[in-house]
Design a binder for this molecule. Structure first.
Ligand code: GLC
Length: 395
């Protein structure tokens, strides 16, 4: 398989147009709409072939930004009123009323690195500014400097066992049970009109580690972007916010060398080992010694994350581990990409290379699938799924 060509073909096959907008669907049959963090990934992948397509992915996301700054996690485009899944009746016609991990500044930064098109940055900067301001205010109503999510789907890891406790579910469960519970939560979100502080306080008060790590990295890049477009005060503001979040994460999430997601008003730690424990590598918030211990004790541990095909989304020794369980075990190339970038940050080049090679092997063996069994490498879920293209960015 010629990988760059194969990746490009999947992205091209999944490309859609609506009026002047262009976007990419994650999978033509299973996911026929635009998703927020998927499009941020698409921009990163497309940037390897064509910065102008990467930019269009960003423009189509910003086109549907809400007045309050939120960028919705799904845009239905060609299917404005018709939705394929019951769960996506999220309060509005045309888009969902949730968001997803805030990767957009990262993608814009990558695009800017490639062609130094300041005009492009200028044109998207106001949208970015309002989106991150929304997260910093509406999603941190108590000013604890941790950004909250109001629904597991906002983490991008819909049924991850990190959310079992906040949802009142046991570690062993079926996807149907999980979906039913998330559906109830959507109804509650609708009942509080997606007013984030209210919804979080009453129904789902979770501060998730990857979401906050992604926020830290993105705020640092947004600060750089602000400098480029001549907003030095914004640059200082966003850099300070990144520091505040890192500090709060250490204060409220860190214990025994691991950052844990929290729930409830007392910030109770959710001690379930998922790939999320490696997300702090991506945000650069561990000391080199902490990073080394984390990698050696967990990533390279055969009882936890060192499966025949790394990296499972849930540790083998968790009661919730299920190699066929969507976000409860299978490998996703997106999470491998975050771990790869994190390992690079700390100079773990050999382990990073192993993860890249294993990701390539999975695609060569099983194709562009949504996720993969970490024990057998078998492909699972959606087909012609775009995230496989992220292997091209494991550089
Ligand atoms: C699934 C994933 C989510 C992704 C979406 C579209 O819901 O859990 O992360 O954005 O599919 O690919």
């Amino acid at each position: 398989m010629n990988l760059p060509i194969a990746c490009q073909q999947v992205l091209l096959k999944n490309r859609r147009h609506r009026g002047k907008f262009q976007y990419t669907v994650p999978s033509p049959v299973s996911y026929p709409y635009q998703w927020f963090w998927d499009s941020c990934f698409h921009a990163v992948i497309l940037n390897h072939f064509s910065s102008s397509s990467a930019k269009r992915e960003i423009f189509s996301l910003i086109a549907k930004q809400f007045d309050n700054g939120m960028i919705p996690h799904m845009i239905y485009w060609n299917h404005p009123n018709k939705t394929k899944f019951p769960l996506i009746k999220w309060g509005k016609n045309g888009t969902s009323t949730l968001t997803q991990p805030p990767m957009i500044a990262y993608s814009v930064w990558e695009i800017f690195q490639k062609d130094k098109d300041l005009q492009f940055v200028k044109s998207v900067y106001p949208g970015l500014y309002h989106f991150y301001r929304y997260l910093l205010t509406e999603r941190d109503p108590h000013e604890k400097h941790l950004i909250g999510i109001m629904n597991p789907d906002e983490s991008g890891e819909d049924n991850s066992p990190r959310f079992d406790k906040p949802l009142g579910l046991p570690p062993k469960q079926t996807l149907e049970e999980n979906t039913k519970r998330r559906f109830e939560l959507v109804k509650q979100n609708i009942s509080c009109n997606f007013d984030a502080p209210f919804c979080m306080r009453n129904f789902f008060w979770v501060k998730d580690v990857p979401f906050n790590c992604i926020m830290v990295t993105n705020l640092k890049l947004l600060s750089e972007l602000a400098k480029k477009v001549g907003h030095p005060h914004d640059a200082v503001y966003f850099a300070e916010k990144a520091e505040n979040i890192s500090g709060a994460m250490r204060k409220l999430m860190f214990e025994d060398g691991i950052f844990w997601s929290t729930y409830g008003k007392n910030y109770q730690k959710i001690k379930v080992k998922t790939w999320a424990i490696f997300a702090p590598l991506f945000a650069n918030i561990l000391s080199p010694q902490e990073a080394k211990t984390l990698v050696e004790s967990h990533l390279l541990n055969k009882k936890e994350f060192r499966t025949p095909y790394p990296v499972p989304t849930t540790s083998l020794d968790e009661p919730s581990f299920n190699p066929d369980g969507f976000w409860r075990g299978p490998i996703w190339i997106g999470t491998n990409w975050f771990i790869y970038k994190g390992l690079q940050n700390y100079g773990f080049k050999d382990i990073a290379r192993e993860i890249k090679e294993s990701s390539l092997t999975l695609i060569q063996k099983s194709g562009f699938r949504e996720h993969f069994n970490p024990l057998t490498g078998e492909g699972q879920g959606a087909e012609n799924f775009t995230w496989g293209g992220l292997v091209l960015d494991m550089v």
